[in-house]
Design a protein around this ligand. Structure first.
Ligand code: ZN
Length: 323
């Protein structure tokens, strides 16, 4: 009996409490609607210093694709590519690739490395201009645009419609890259050729051409890393003894091309040359323990490299560059 009474009392108290809670909830609901969900969001800018230089990486957008082995490890069995992804806690059948231009403000000039996809060409993946503006850099502020190589996700943002997107900029690119695409129209299809005609080949008068070891400005030096394209260039940045490599498309997956640099990659025009460039430049970055920015690394796309097994291990920057 005692327990029955107790149960009745508890039930009554419970009912009263429930009624009170419902009343409170109703009152609260009247005063505050639930905050709307606003969807997933990713950090889109990272800014840090190298000596007197201020460096920003900016997320232009990302693409998701099925079947990673159709791009990375095209000379490998599909299961081996999937197994390496899964061993690194990535899905074996899906990948995401980011597009991450770099800005260096030297204190004298604003230098932009690559221009993203272009909002008009690839809606949803051309956020560069908007994100730059939101972080205090207007298109007019960009003094120099460096084009690392002539692929659409790097040149696509050079123009906004018919108008240059960075109206005060001059342009710098590799001599070999420009000469190859000029001499071989349609080398990678008519679609790319049309994009090149509307972008880089519409700007030759404002363009300066560099060879390996030459400077964009003091402290920013071109490093030949051809293979991905015939004149693909990386850039070594140094100010007051602090260094950074801007690697562009030297290595385009932080696991598959980093841990297996020799695996063939669909978008590398010279498979063996690209692998050799990866081994050479990634090896230097690892040996010198310097940070690097990789255009297709996961945003904010800045990290370090350590030698590991038959290749390298990517270590995303944590606080090293904030200290
Ligand atoms: Zn690319």
């Amino acid at each position: 009996m005692g327990s029955l009474n107790m149960t009745r009392r508890t039930a009554l108290i419970g009912a009263a409490a429930t009624t009170a809670a419902a009343a409170t909830a109703k009152t609260v609901q009247t005063a505050h609607a639930a905050a709307p969900q606003t969807g997933p969001i990713r950090p889109s800018i990272y800014r840090f210093n190298r000596g007197a230089f201020e460096v920003s990486t900016i997320l232009d957008g990302a693409i998701q694709r099925e079947n990673p082995h159709e791009i990375f490890g095209t000379d490998q069995p599909r299961e081996d590519v999937a197994a390496l992804a899964e061993a690194n806690l990535l899905p074996g059948n899906m990948l995401q690739n980011d597009y991450t231009p770099v800005v260096v403000n030297t204190g004298n000039e604003v230098v932009l490395f690559d221009t993203g996809n272009g909002a008009a060409r690839r809606p949803g993946r051309g956020a560069l201009l908007g994100t730059l503006a939101a972080n205090g850099i207007a298109p007019e502020d960009v003094d120099i645009v460096v084009v690392t190589h002539f692929h659409p996700d790097h040149v696509g943002g050079l123009f906004e419609g018919e108008t240059p997107a960075f109206p005060n900029a001059r342009y710098v690119t590799g001599r070999e890259e420009f000469d190859f695409w000029r001499a071989n129209p349609g080398a990678r299809g008519e679609g790319l050729q049309r994009i090149l005609e509307a972008t880089v080949f519409a700007l030759p008068d404002q363009m300066t051409f560099l060879e390996d070891g030459q400077d964009v400005v003091t402290g920013i030096t071109m490093i030949d890393s051809s293979g991905h394209t015939p004149g693909h260039a990386a850039y070594h940045i140094e100010s007051e003894g602090e260094r950074l490599m801007v690697c562009a498309d030297l290595c385009n997956h932080f696991v598959l091309s980093m841990q297996r640099p020799d695996w063939h990659v669909l978008f590398d025009m010279d498979k063996e040359g690209a692998a050799a460039a990866r081994r050479r430049v990634l090896g230097m970055i690892a040996a010198d323990r310097i940070p690097f920015a990789g255009y297709h690394m996961p945003a904010p796309a800045v990290g370090f490299i350590a030698e590991q097994g038959e290749g390298f291990r990517y270590i995303p920057a944590s606080y090293q560059l904030d200290l």
